[in-house]
Design a protein. Sequence first.
Length: 92
Amino acid sequence: MCDLYAERFGIDRDATWYLAKLTEELGELQAAYLATKGAQRGAVSENVARQNLEDEAADLFGFLLVFAEWQGIDLADAFANKWGRHLPPAVE
């Protein structure tokens, strides 16, 4: 998706772009969340507001994956190393 987006809009994906997209998507997620609480919802129904929240969460996650790939980060390993070290050992 990211490749199609960049090609369609003629975007040179540099460090500024990657970080700006994450910031943009986080802002959109925040606005969508606030809409689920009634702020700035306008004529959008509760169901539509919820769908928008889910869509924006997916966008943020997607761009985080793109950023991690660009930086050579295996997010599954990074997550397990960062969060997993605080969990008790698994019982077999």
